[in-house]
Write a protein that binds this ligand. Structure first.
Ligand SMILES: *[C@@H]1O[C@H](CO)[C@@H](O)[C@H](O)[C@H]1NC(C)=O
Length: 119
């Protein structure tokens, strides 16, 4: 095998690698979102109420996702609509609680949870 041939083989390998990377990046832009809590109760809270506020960001570019559909859930309760990106709960029982925010409209559902204890 001469140098010329080796060079051609190498450039073929390199160009297929570039294609693979580009495809992965464009798939990622549709599927990756992150939920960032802006407001949440103290992990050990003396209050029986809790307010959550959060942001949903596209992971790739850090831009807020304006058309994401979000549902929120407290403990074993049903999901409720949460497009306002906030939720408040009152009359919480003492003990451990879990808040979940799930983002729809992507290939996967992405959920973020926050655990805290009322005591
Ligand atoms: C909260 O608790 C649940 C159940 O124990 C667990 O699956 C989840 O990962 C926890 N979330 C965080 C953010 O630690």
């Amino acid at each position: 095998m001469g140098w010329r041939r080796k060079g051609q083989w190498l450039s073929l390998v390199l160009s297929s690698m570039v294609v693979a990377v580009v495809m992965e990046a464009s798939a990622g832009s549709e599927s990756e979102v992150v939920v960032r809590f802006v407001k949440a109760p103290h992990p050990l809270s003396a209050l029986d109420s809790a307010t959550f506020e959060f942001e949903v960001l596209e992971e790739r570019n850090g831009v807020l996702c304006s058309d994401c559909t979000i549902r929120c859930k407290l403990d074993g309760n049903k999901f409720s609509d949460c497009d306002s990106r906030q939720a408040s709960y009152r009359s919480l029982s003492e003990g451990d609680h879990m808040f979940e925010a799930c983002v729809d409209g992507y290939r996967e559902i992405h959920c973020a949870s926050y655990n805290w204890t009322v005591g």
